[in-house]
Write a protein that binds this ligand. Structure first.
Ligand SMILES: Cc1cc2nc3c(=O)[nH]c(=O)nc-3n(C[C@H](O)[C@H](O)[C@H](O)COP(=O)(O)OP(=O)(O)OC[C@H]3O[C@@H](n4cnc5c(N)ncnc54)[C@H](O)[C@@H]3O)c2cc1C
Length: 398
């Protein structure tokens, strides 16, 4: 949607083809964080050892569904090979910059939009329960500082005093004042409203199921008839692999499932986003409720709900926040994060004939980097000097 807005601003005639309703994909129920402090490539060497341990535990924050599927195994192998420090550091620098600028761009959207999407820049507090994980964060804080993302070290007393919503045991935390949060579905709606006002055409409840590859202008076969496109932007999240297949190239984007729950407000209600570090639970204080989110399961396109894993998120939140003994969720949601093997988004021209562009593979950062992604893609497509170094996001690496 952000790409549609930025292209339309540059006078490009855009049609959005959406199988469902715009915003009902992974962006619908995500944690709503717009947090540069938490924008790292997925293939992270610091997490690799821990990930192997977690893989064996069905209640761990990361789970890999065992399967003898060659494409999945190839993805996993590439993921392991990408988890090298030098590669991670290069990716992190680019992603942090994309996210830092995107947060400012989201703030601009909030100022000019008629849709209130609950944008608030109250920062994020990362709460630690173990001294060694607090110490281990030092390296990351240096990386963030180099990227212009400030952090404040809070003692356990600071945490309890400044964020009374934390009732569990803590050894302290880091506060990132520049981070923001919002209501994710409303945020997509705000972009959609802007796209509509710029003349973008919408074909919702329309699925693309085949695309011509014969050298002429692309013809898209959809469930509501055929259409032609001079250029095509693939922004189909975890389903991008299927679109790649239609276009005749391998696009290794697989789904990593996560869950979120919307609960009644906590007492006291958090003043800002909170990250329960060891439990990997994300907390977003909406004005009228509390969203908690977590877990990452590499599952491809399996949409089933695993109650055991949902309960882990609730248990984690209960240990640290006063959400009652048996909180009743207003909504339980699951979504599939689109993940490339190197954990970096693919933004730009795809390999091949030159009329296909990608804006996909944003893993855990798709909302927080959306506005920058749209800007970068539109600049590349219209030949403008890009605001960001496009190399780390090159789409033709696949
Ligand atoms: C639990 C959880 C918490 C998260 N928290 C955050 C967070 O706080 N901040 C953040 O930045 N990110 C977060 N994420 C990640 C974020 O949600 C994703 O990165 C982002 O939503 C991906 O957006 P997308 O537009 O690429 O994909 P999607 O939002 O999934 O959109 C893809 C769209 O393509 C459509 N489509 C697919 N195939 C076709 C077809 N053949 N024809 C027509 N249409 C098609 C789908 O219907 C869908 O609407 C979270 C994810 C999860 C699961």
């Amino acid at each position: 949607m952000a790409s549609a807005v930025e292209l339309a601003k540059r006078g490009v005639q855009v049609t959005v083809v959406e199988r469902d309703e715009v915003g009902r994909g992974c962006s619908y129920g995500n944690a709503g964080w717009l947090t540069p402090s938490q924008a790292f490539p997925l293939a992270n060497p610091a997490m690799l050892l821990k990930s192997f341990k977690w893989m064996l535990d069905p209640e761990s924050p990361l789970y890999i569904q065992p399967r003898l599927d060659p494409a999945f195994l190839r993805w996993l192998l590439e993921f392991l090979l990408a988890s090298r420090k030098a590669k991670f550091d290069r990716g992190a620098t680019a992603l942090l910059e994309l996210c830092r600028v995107s947060t400012d761009l989201w703030e601009d959207v909030a100022k000019r939009s008629t849709v209130d999407f609950g944008f608030e820049r109250h920062g994020l507090l990362a709460v630690y329960e173990k001294p060694d994980s607090l110490d281990a964060a030092k390296g990351m804080i240096e990386t963030l500082a180099a990227a212009g993302i400030p952090a404040q070290r809070w003692t356990a007393d600071d945490v309890r005093e400044k964020e009374p919503a934390i009732i569990g045991k803590t050894v302290g935390g880091y506060f990132y004042p520049d981070d923001a949060h919002c209501e994710p579905f409303q945020a997509v709606k705000a972009l959609k409203a802007e796209a509509e006002s710029l003349g973008v055409t919408f074909l919702e409840h329309t699925e693309v199921f085949d695309i011509s590859n014969d050298g002429g202008p692309r013809r898209l076969k959809t469930t509501r008839g055929e259409m032609k496109a001079e250029h095509l932007v693939v922004a189909t999240g975890p389903w991008s692999e299927a679109l790649g297949k239609m276009l005749g190239f391998r696009l290794p984007v697989i789904g990593a499932k996560g869950y979120s729950l919307v609960l009644p407000p906590a007492t006291p209600h958090p003043k800002r986003s909170i990250y329960l570090i060891e439990r990997k639970v994300a907390v977003n204080p909406h004005r009228d409720g509390l969203r908690i989110a977590g877990t990452l399961e590499l599952v491809r396109n399996d949409f089933s709900i695993n109650t055991r894993r949902v309960n882990v998120i609730v248990r984690g939140a209960k240990a640290m926040l006063n959400i009652g003994e048996a909180p009743v969720a207003r909504e339980i949601w699951r979504g599939l994060r689109p993940c490339t093997p190197d954990g970096m988004p693919a933004i730009g021209r795809a390999r091949g004939r030159g009329d296909v562009w990608l804006a996909t593979g944003h893993q855990m950062t798709g909302l927080k980097t959306a506005t920058g992604t749209g800007l970068l893609l539109a600049q590349l497509m219209t030949g403008e000097t890009p605001r960001f170094d496009p190399v780390p996001f090159r789409a033709d690496r696949y």
